[in-house]
Design a protein around this ligand. Sequence first.
Ligand code: SAM
Length: 230
Amino acid sequence: MPEGPVIQRMFAEVANGYDRANRVLSLGIDVLWRRQAAAIADVKPGERVLDVCAGTGDLSLHLSRLGASVIGADFCAPMLVHAERKATGKQGRPYFVCGDAMELPFRNGTFDLATVAFGIRNVVDPVAAMREMARVVRPSGRIIVLEFARPRVPVLGSLYLLYFRHVLPRLGRWISGSDNGAYQYLPDSVMQFPERGHFTELMTRAGLRSARFSMLSGGIAAVYRGEVES
Ligand SMILES: C[S@@+](CC[C@H](N)C(=O)[O-])C[C@H]1O[C@@H](n2cnc3c(N)ncnc32)[C@H](O)[C@@H]1O
């Protein structure tokens, strides 16, 4: 696992091409995954939401369109520049702050819900980050994690692995115009990261209760949900 500053630099270097690469590499399905995560979060108008590792703000923007009052936090300012640009002029827009997931700049119990999309895998200590998310969410509030997983369906699984390991790194380099290893790091980190029941164990270790998951798109991604102790 690379150190935090290495991760920060890596995202800074791909920030300009990040959205374009996401849409092309996932064939646009990443948009649906964030919507599904928001649906599982069951976000209600007026709820206070913290979107951790917000990046270029796609999940934050979607949650605010659903009527939530959203703050997006990320430790990579160049990613947030794009989030800010996309939010500018939108009604009920999210606001963005620079901050580390492992040391969130908010008081205990500030939010009803905390989310993280495709970010927890990049955090040096995911359990510490989820503990921090739980700290800033009120008792009985929710934590939602959207992350890549590894499909187990026989044919889809093999095709996906072929694409993910061999095609995606080359395509990602080309689309993002960056040769800094970010699109090799993506499949490598997904292959090593705990998924399904192994990840819900981490949620429990972070102090969350009722940790459970739903698989998306045949197991390519997963949404995890846990609750803060009451
Ligand atoms: C793959 S991007 C995901 C961005 C966005 N959530 C999305 O759905 O597209 C991962 C983001 O996590 C951020 N990140 C990684 N480690 C972090 C940390 N410790 N604190 C805050 N942000 C972090 C990176 O800067 C990057 O913007």
